[in-house]
Design a protein around this ligand. Structure first.
Ligand SMILES: *Cc1c(COP(=O)(O)O)cnc(C)c1O
Length: 223
């Protein structure tokens, strides 16, 4: 299988405003390097440990995205280099990121994860919890984090009507947050939604960032 060909097949038809994050979890660094040499610079990992193993072996120009659930006590390891943290789901985590970013004298971009799927297991804030965080305004005082947008995962189902409805709901929340809470903020622009199975639906519904793994690299071995 030609992963570079797969990359181009997915990336070339994307609208200009949509960023493709190649999800390289469980894949060897040689594959990441092959895609990097083909012009891909955004890569996503969901485990801190794996990210820390790969990052030093690969070019410094790569933009690493933390797409998985992040524990507060692990923020310090990725704070020196992480490009975007997708899965922020509490004010407490945001505060820790702010502290660790300050230690590294950099601003870390974050997305707040919203729970849009019907499954219980997926992480993320309810719309109510999201609103509470936004209203509290504490995040605005944080000098070293920049909340750039929202992230969400749809229900794992073949039913594209369900998936479309969930993405539409996230897009609605995104627009509402922008107009109600962030009138003065112009860089709240990232809506991270869509994976291999549903990225086309996500793009139709207004995604600006898709996270695609198996469609580029092939199926992952399940653990
Ligand atoms: C693994 C993962 C992806 C990519 O999944 P594929 O189905 O392989 O495209 C996207 N987002 C998150 C949060 C993931 O953990």
């Amino acid at each position: 299988m030609d992963i570079v060909q797969n990359l181009h097949t997915i990336r070339n038809p994307l609208p200009e405003e949509v960023t493709l994050v190649a999800v390289s979890k469980t894949r060897p660094v040689a594959m990441v390097e092959a895609l990097y040499n083909a012009g891909q610079i955004d890569f996503g990992e969901n485990k801190v440990q794996e990210l820390l193993e790969k990052q030093p072996q690969l070019p410094g120009q790569i933009r690493w995205h933390m797409i998985g659930h992040l524990q507060s006590n692990k923020v310090k390891y990725i704070a020196p280099f992480i490009h975007l943290i997708h899965g922020v789901d509490s004010l407490k985590l945001l505060k820790v990121i702010n502290k660790e970013a300050q230690k590294n004298n950099r601003i870390i971009d974050c997305l707040l994860q919203v729970h849009i799927a019907s499954e219980e297991t997926k992480f993320g804030l309810s719309e109510q919890e999201l609103t509470e965080i936004l209203i509290s305004g504490e995040w605005k005082e944080m000098e070293f984090v920049n909340v750039r947008g929202l992230m969400g995962m749809a229900t794992f189902t073949e039913d594209s009507m369900v998936v479309g409805r969930e993405f539409r709901n996230l897009k609605r929340i995104f627009e509402y947050v922008r107009s109600d809470h962030l009138k003065e903020k112009s860089d709240f622009t990232i809506l991270s939604m869509g994976m291999s199975a549903d990225y086309m639906t996500a793009v139709e519904e207004g995604s600006t960032m898709i996270r695609v793994g198996s469609l580029i690299f092939g199926l992952r071995q399940s653990p």
